[in-house]
Write a protein that binds this ligand. Structure first.
Ligand code: SAH
Ligand code: AVI
Length: 331
């Protein structure tokens, strides 16, 4: 790919410089390791290798989420384009923007598409997909943002009529309080003509949900272990030398999958960069992320509480996954 030729149409804005990102991440990790259960921020999952492993996960036979969401997009993208009439597609946690092409194609066919604005914390993946999309869609501008969707929504590219997509059920990786803050921040960052498109994995047979995170090929486990390797590299810690068993289990009370580890024996892990040593009891948990599964009524209530209103709700034929379109609630 000739990046120089594409450069006039591609802009990449970096909202988190390395120092700022490191300070925020170190702080959150310091406090997370004091929490009950102990936890580390899920952002540690997404270095270059982690992004590649996640891509592999999306193709696993057990990981139904991506296929189901794609099924809905294939069926509904033209309707989404027609309802929203968006000229700018903003994508949060965009990753490789694989499924996003379906939305871009539909908006282009509708004749409204002028700009694509992906936002992701992982700079390598963001830059790569920003250029790839600029090459595939020669008549649009691409304005990529390296940023954190929990902190930088007020700075997403403005102007025009925006469709803000947050696909893959990544919103389910935010625990309830952070999810509430995120939705409130969306509500105050979008205008009356903008819309929010969310991918949501739905509550279903726990055996199928657990299987999606306990695949036979072991990719999901490698993905979580990579977060520990990333931590060790940046904090000089000893998580990969310690003994942790992989954990991916359905929590029926919270309706989420808890992902992370259990300590295999009592042990102490040094984290030199944070100036702490962390003691684990035998089988004590170390949480890396939760993956919440949703129900329509409860989620509609979450939207309402944040100042948003549900406009459309589509599911795949089997009812595994939903795409929902929301707008700012009128006052
Ligand atoms: N949207 C894609 C990728 C989902 S994986 C899909 O549907 O398949 C989650 C993506 O969110 C990764 O690309 C990761 O780098 C990004 N991400 C995770 N936490 C983030 C944060 N706090 N801010 C911005 N991007 C984040
Ligand atoms: C990105 N997110 C929606 C994935 C999920 O299913 O919660 C992350 C993931 N974690 C383990 N496997 C996939």
């Amino acid at each position: 790919m000739d990046r120089t030729a594409l450069a006039p149409r591609v802009r990449v804005e970096v909202l988190v410089d390395a120092d700022d990102r490191r300070a925020a991440l170190h702080d959150a990790t310091f406090w997370g390791l004091r929490d009950t259960p102990k936890q580390v921020p899920a952002i540690w999952l997404y270095d270059e290798r982690g992004s590649r492993l996640f891509d592999e996960i999306t193709r696993l036979p057990e990981y139904y989420l991506t296929r189901r969401e794609r099924e809905i997009l294939v069926a509904r993208a033209p309707e989404i384009a027609s309802v929203t009439q968006a000229d700018t597609l903003v994508e949060l946690g965009s990753g490789t923007s694989e499924k996003t092409r379906l939305l871009l194609d539909a908006l282009a066919a509708e004749g409204t598409l002028g700009r694509f604005a992906p936002l992701d914390v992982s700079e390598e993946v963001l830059v790569q997909s920003a250029y790839a999309i600029a090459e595939e869609y020669p008549s649009i501008a691409v304005h990529g943002v390296v940023g954190d969707f929990e902190r930088h929504l007020p700075s997403i590219p403005d102007g025009g009529r925006r469709l803000v997509a947050f696909l893959g059920s990544t919103i389910g990786n935010l625990p309830p309080d952070a999810r509430g803050r995120f939705l409130r921040s969306v509500a105050t960052s979008i205008g009356p003509d903008d819309a929010l498109l969310l991918g949501l994995d739905l509550v279903k047979d726990p055996a199928r949900i657990e299987a999606a995170y306990n695949d036979a090929a072991g990719v999901s486990e490698r993905f979580q272990r990579n977060a520990l390797a990333h931590l060790d590299r940046e904090l000089g810690s000893g998580f990969t030398r310690a003994r942790f068993d992989y954990l991916a289990r359905w929590d029926a009370l919270n309706e989420w999958v808890e992902l992370g580890f259990r300590s295999a024996g009592a042990q102490v892990v040094q984290v030199p960069e944070l100036g702490v040593e962390v003691s684990f009891a035998d089988v004590e948990r170390l949480r890396v992320e939760v993956s919440t599964k949703f129900r329509r009524e409860r989620f509609e209530e979450e939207l309402r509480a944040a100042g948003l209103a549900l406009e459309r709700w589509w599911t795949d034929a089997g009812g595994d996954f939903a795409l929902c379109l929301a707008v700012r609630a009128s006052v």
